[in-house]
Design a protein around this ligand. Structure first.
Ligand code: PBG
Length: 329
């Protein structure tokens, strides 16, 4: 008789790969992923983004090619962000409502080439604004209510071009309701709203701002994006966006905010998206480049963890690499 009488031996469920796969609770699929893409003017253009290895600004022709590849790999949707020439920027982000603007043209290209692909377009002033803020700046303040018509006009231009989902990332109060009402009035009641509901004022957006050249020209975004210290406030933001008509709510960033994803998942029935942002992507790449971590495993683990926390869908710059890996596994 042995001395130890262990009744429970959790290791039994880990003893070989077959058993491990049978007891696996969370499975990541290409259909969980959304690929963010940066579109720029011109033809046959690809410009590397230094702080995001493997990610490039692409002209429209290349965007269509990459989106086709994503769709072929089972990625259902892409999220589009425009790189706007400095000379087209102004205080009121006027270029954002141009029917023939870069983003709108790209949406049309994509819907013509791959009608089934879900096209998500970003609604915020920063890529178009000389101030680099998501709302209108007056006397050094980011003004809320005066920003709403600008955001709504942007959303309508995107809906008109064929966007399936508009995604306000600006964090102005009341913008989901305002945009919903304007979309409906213009006849776009079937266009969905994915709201960046709990978006934190995060250091992890650094590389993205390089990608779009959209960093605030003065000040920071703390009067509209959330304080990383707060979680109850996230529930309030999400509740408001749902009341105002959001179809999907997002938590952003993802990796350092898994508790927020879990909270939102537990408290609401609505689908939850999470954005693994540029800094999260770049950190994994940087450490892998130095040989300090296994980049591919860190990618899989970080995305699986975001899904485990409760995200129904994940925006990630790893989408293509991850989907390729999943189709090989
Ligand atoms: C701004 C916007 C940002 C991101 C998406 N939309 C940056 C910001 O708020 O300054 C960040 C995405 C990323 O870092 O990958 N409207």
């Amino acid at each position: 008789m042995s001395e130890t009488k262990l009744i429970s031996r959790p290791r039994r469920n880990r003893k070989n790969a077959g058993i491990r796969s049978l007891v696996q609770e969370t499975t990541l699929l290409p259909s969980d992923l959304i690929l963010p893409l940066f579109v720029m003017e011109g033809k046959n253009q690809k410009v590397a983004i230094k702080s995001m290895p493997g990610v490039e600004r692409l002209s429209r022709d290349h965007i269509v090619k990459v989106a086709k590849e994503a769709y072929r790999l089972g990625i259902p949707g892409i999220a589009l962000f425009p790189v706007i020439d400095d000379k087209k920027k102004d205080k009121r982000a006027s270029e954002s409502k141009n029917k023939k603007g870069l983003l709108q043209n790209t949406i049309r290209d994509l819907k013509n080439a791959i009608p089934e692909l879900v096209v998500i377009s970003d609604v915020a002033m920063d890529p178009y604004s000389t101030d680099g803020h998501d709302g209108l700046v007056e006397k050094g303040q980011i003004v809320n209510d005066a920003s709403l018509p600008i955001l709504a006009a942007m959303a309508i231009a995107q809906a008109e071009a064929g966007a399936d989902i508009v995604a306000p990332s600006d964090m102005m109060d009341g913008r989901v309701g305002y945009i919903r009402a304007c979309l409906d009035e213009a006849g776009y009641e079937s266009v969905s709203i994915l709201s960046y509901a709990a978006k934190y004022a995060s250091s992890f957006y650094g590389p993205f701002r390089e990608a779009l050249d959209s960093a605030p020209r003065s000040g920071d975004k703390k009067t509209y994006q959330m304080d990383p210290a707060n979680s109850r406030e996230a529930l309030r933001e999400v509740a408001l966006d749902i009341e105002e008509g959001a179809d999907i709510v997002m938590v952003k960033p993802a990796g350092a905010y898994l508790d927020i994803i879990q909270l939102v998942r537990a408290n609401f029935e609505i689908p939850v998206a999470a954005y693994q942002v540029s800094g999260e992507y770049s950190m994994i790449h940087a450490a892998a480049q130095k040989g300090w971590i296994d980049g591919e495993r860190a990618m899989s683990e970080s995305l699986l963890s975001i899904k485990r926390a409760g995200a129904d869908m994940i925006l990630t710059y790893f989408a293509l690499t991850m989907a390729r890996k999943l189709s090989k596994d």
